[in-house]
Design a protein around this ligand. Structure first.
Ligand code: KG4
Ligand code: ZN
Length: 330
């Protein structure tokens, strides 16, 4: 059973094709990063207009790579939230049109759940439950216990900035490019263990996160409020270490308390090398992290998720389904 997955929740225009929920046939992503870079962040109005331009060529390329004609597809999955309303609408409307024209079921997908299902696209055995999922992206930082397919318990979330957002804001303060995560990672590389130690936030909920204090601290250092500003590579390395430390500490604690079978890390920030290395080094359980192309927003993860929703739960959305910018996972 072949499923098409459409993803336009933020600034990546993406379409993927997946067979039986696990076999990747195509994954085409048109990044809009260069359009948003001059603004230092995603501009919603720009993002939705670019989706309109890019989505059909991306769809055609995905079908070409998958060697699929429309008649070969069995269902259409699409992200309906969370995300930017205008961006979501572009993908949702294409998905509805295709579902109507090709007479295939439409499956409405939660973007965060789709990130988690990127793990089913990895070769080898599928993930085992209960699994602890760290969802770390530009818009979200959530620690979720996945007890089974479709069963999620939110253990903690960020109280202010998402981890990726913190990377993006810190990068801007350091005069680096957008997106900030890869830019910070690049200039921090080769720094070794930073001597500078930035503060770690304490949160009342044991598994909640907070990154806005860290960002303010970087701002003060950059402005020279604490003496001469440290060089950008050292600050970047210290910042990256502080974020990774906060993420890893909570994952380790939650994994132990909830006796999970394994840990999954998903979302754009999961592409971060230090995070991947620290988790594999410090976590006694198997840690699953998709390769970077499946960590950042993509259509294949949406297709995989849609296949599970359709085959396990018979989830089919009506053609008047609305987008839900504030949709939650649990
Ligand atoms: O999941 P994603 O592609 O889009 C959202 O749903 O938000 O995540 C994008 C976020 C951006 O904030 C970006 O700076 C961050 O992921 N990111 C990284 C890395 N690659 C992307 N953060 C840290 N290290 C990276 N290598
Ligand atoms: Zn995402």
């Amino acid at each position: 059973m072949k499923v098409l997955g459409i993803e336009t929740s933020c600034d990546e225009t993406a379409v993927g094709v997946v067979e039986d929920g696990r076999r990747l046939l195509a994954n085409v992503v048109a990044s809009q990063a260069s359009f948003h870079a001059p603004y230092g962040g995603v501009v919603p109005e720009v993002a939705s207009r670019r989706h309109v331009e890019l989505l059909l060529p991306v769809l055609e390329e995905a079908l070409r790579q998958a060697h699929c004609r429309p008649a070969d597809l069995d269902a259409i999955g699409v992200t309906i939230g969370p995300g930017l309303a205008g961006s979501l609408l572009v993908g949702a409307n294409l998905a509805k049109a295709l579902s109507y024209a090709w007479e295939r079921p439409l499956v409405a997908v939660n973007h965060l759940e789709a990130h988690i299902y990127a793990n089913w696209l990895l070769p080898g055995d599928p993930p085992r439950f209960p699994a602890l999922c760290l969802v770390v992206s530009g818009g979200h930082t959530e620690l979720v216990l996945m007890e089974d397919h479709g069963q999620y318990r939110l253990l903690g979330r960020t109280l202010d900035d998402a981890a990726g957002e913190a990377f993006d804001k810190a990068a801007r303060l350091l005069g680096l490019g957008f997106p900030g995560g890869p830019a910070i990672e690049r200039i921090a590389a080769g720094q070794g263990r930073p001597r500078l130690r930035l503060p770690r936030a304490r949160t009342r909920g044991a598994y909640d996160f907070s990154f806005s204090g860290l960002k303010t601290h970087v701002l003060r250092l950059v402005r020279g409020e604490r003496g001469q500003a440290p060089p950008a590579p050292e600050l970047a390395a210290a910042f990256q270490e502080a974020v990774v430390d906060a993420l890893v500490a909570r994952v380790l604690r939650a994994a132990e308390e909830h006796e999970v079978a394994e840990v999954m890390v998903v979302g754009g920030v999961a592409a971060n090398r230090l995070l991947r290395e620290e988790l594999s080094r410090r976590c006694p359980l198997p840690v699953r992290v998709p390769p970077p192309a499946l960590c950042t927003d993509n259509g294949a993860m949406v297709a995989a998720c849609a296949w599970f929703r359709l085959t396990l739960f018979g989830d089919v959305a009506p053609l008047d389904v609305d987008v839900r910018p504030g949709l939650r996972l649990a």
